[in-house]
Design a protein around this ligand. Structure first.
Ligand code: GLN
Length: 539
């Protein structure tokens, strides 16, 4: 039977609940348990696909094509298991399901209410998400006290009761602020947060306290007294140098042993050698590699979460630390483009809409002409094709129809546009903007002896997509005898998936998002190769 660990957060948001959940789940996976992870998000959007990354952070795409919360990226990276459509449940999804059922007549005769109809649907989705694992980790997004979280908290309260105390466990992650002036750690916000949680019927079994330093015994005793939690169930989560140190930190306090004995289950003896080896390796990585990330969501690093992690992983694989310089593509122009010569590598990430496009085109051109390693991801690949078409093939108007609907050289366009010979503009189904993307994992076939082949060391790969526009096949003949080669195509439809340049040390663009499948221990072949090339050229 499945045991459930529910993780809630208090005091403030952004405490790292996702990382804590993922780290804990990793400890259980390493003890031989089958684990699952799920994120419950209280907002009304069906999924975060239509939200701005600057507000919400990156949209993480699962193998089966769900657009999800970035915490799912942590789950995959820490635990090494694949998330799916069922792993992220939003209030929007819950309400939409319930309303659909109501219209179908499933509740005939009843008044449809939050309790029991919404809460029953949440419990049903939690069970689906647990996938019959030994231990299901269920993280509730938001902060206790938010109006929106209430139906989710009520559902886990009910579910905990149904499961019984021995089969469910509640962890509350809180903050202990440090007051600089008096040099003390304050426990009051945590006391209040637990009080709030208890007022809705949830007594936490464990408190995980974020603080600048680890908690001493006195503090633990005080927190325990005021929150009705036993002292040995108060754990510290102090600031760490790297998020990948967190599993070691939790293990050091035997948090997994506490949970194992709560559930009265037996697993293998814990083994966290992979994380310890990783930490030791990280400590030996001194060389710094400067990578320019030319994006438009640079004000919030979380917008590029998986990318940041993938670059970090690739750095460690290459025994180096990647120093990412976030540059706003809107501010890049002919007068300052030479600044990029200080960089060891240039990366143009994914993105939507035309703001900052010309700055990215300039960066791609700079990397091509100056033989600086270049990695273009999704939009970054489309930018490379536009740049090359304009400046080398001399198709001066080359553009994507995403940025210029009427361009005479639509080298990038919606498939419907380039297949339509009448030239009539076909807009991506604007009535259903949240669901018109090429999403999820698809197979790509790679040309032998290409750079991509050297990186992947195989000719069939599966990578995840999230985009609407494609390289326009009607323009391929222009590139035929040029230095730009299309080295990867989707196996099924023959769409262009990877481009690279001959006569360049390392220049590659891919239509998919390799960052979603990078892992700390193995990195990702393309990122590993990009950083290796950047390291070679670095001073
Ligand atoms: N905006 C581009 C498209 O829709 C690229 C998307 C992306 O970079 N994820 O095709």
């Amino acid at each position: 039977m499945t045991r459930y660990v529910f993780i809630t957060g208090g005091v403030v948001s952004s405490l790292g609940k996702g990382i804590a959940s993922a780290s804990l789940a990793s400890l259980f996976k390493l003890r031989g348990f089958n684990v699952s992870l799920q994120k419950l998000d209280p907002y009304i959007n069906l999924d975060p696909g239509t939200m701005s990354p600057i507000q919400h952070g990156e949209v993480f795409v699962t193998r089966d094509g769900a657009e999800t919360d970035l915490d799912l990226g942590h789950y995959e990276r820490f635990v090494g298991i694949e998330m799916s459509q069922d792993s992220n449940v939003t209030a929007g999804r819950v309400y939409s399901n319930v309303i659909n059922k109501e219209r179908k007549g499933d509740y005939l005769g009843s008044t449809v209410q939050v309790v029991p109809h919404i809460t029953d649907e949440i419990k049903r989705l939690i069970i689906v998400g647990a996938k019959k694992s030994d231990i299901a980790f269920v993280e509730v997004g938001g902060t206790v006290g938010d109006i929106e979280s209430l139906p989710f908290l009520e559902s886990i309260r009910q579910f905990g009761l149904e499961l019984g105390a021995k089969n469910s466990l509640f962890i509350h992650l809180t903050l202990l602020p440090y007051i600089d002036v008096t040099k003390e750690i304050k426990t009051k916000p945590t006391q209040h947060s637990v009080k709030e949680l208890r007022s809705i019927g949830i007594q936490p079994d464990i408190l995980l306290c974020r603080a600048k330093d680890s908690l001493n015994d006195n503090l633990k005793k005080k927190i325990a007294l005021f929150t009705n939690v036993s002292k040995d169930a108060v754990f510290s989560a102090e600031d760490a140098d790297s998020i990948y140190d967190i599993p070691i930190m939790l293990k050091g306090q035997k948090m997994d042993d506490f949970i194992v004995s709560h559930f009265s289950i037996r697993g293998k003896k814990s083994n966290i050698k992979p994380w310890i080896d990783y930490k030791n390796k990280v400590n030996k990585c001194n060389k710094k590699i400067k990578i320019a990330m030319i994006g438009k969501y640079v004000d919030l690093e979380d917008s590029y979460k998986s990318l940041n992690e993938a670059l970090y992983h690739a750095g460690i694989i290459n025994m180096a630390q990647v120093d990412i310089k976030y540059l706003d593509s809107d501010k890049i122009n002919k007068n300052n483009i030479n600044e990029l010569s200080k960089m060891d590598g240039i990366l143009v990430p994914g993105g939507f809409g035309n703001r900052g496009i010309e700055g990215k085109v300039l960066a791609a051109e700079f990397a091509r002409r100056n033989k600086i390693p270049y990695f273009g991801i999704c939009l970054g690949m489309q930018i490379s094709v536009i740049e090359f078409a304009r400046n080398v093939i001399k198709l001066k108007k080359a553009n994507s129809t995403e940025f210029d609907m009427r361009t005479s050289n639509p080298v990038i366009a919606l498939v419907e546009e380039w297949k339509d010979s009448s030239g009539k503009k076909i807009i991506a189904d604007k009535d259903n903007y949240g669901g018109t993307m090429r999403l999820g994992s698809q197979q790509c076939s790679i040309i032998k002896n290409s750079l991509a082949h050297r990186m992947y060391k195989k000719i069939r790969i599966d990578e995840r997509h999230r985009h609407r526009y494609e390289v326009n096949s009607n323009f391929l003949e222009y590139f035929e005898s040029s230095d730009l080669i299309f080295s990867g195509k989707s196996t099924k439809e023959g769409l262009m998936e990877i481009i690279e340049l001959k006569n360049h040390p390392w220049y590659l663009g891919c239509q998919f998002h390799p960052e979603f499948t990078s892992s700390p221990l193995t990195g990702h072949p393309l990122f590993n190769g990009f950083i290796a090339a950047s390291k070679q050229g670095s001073a």
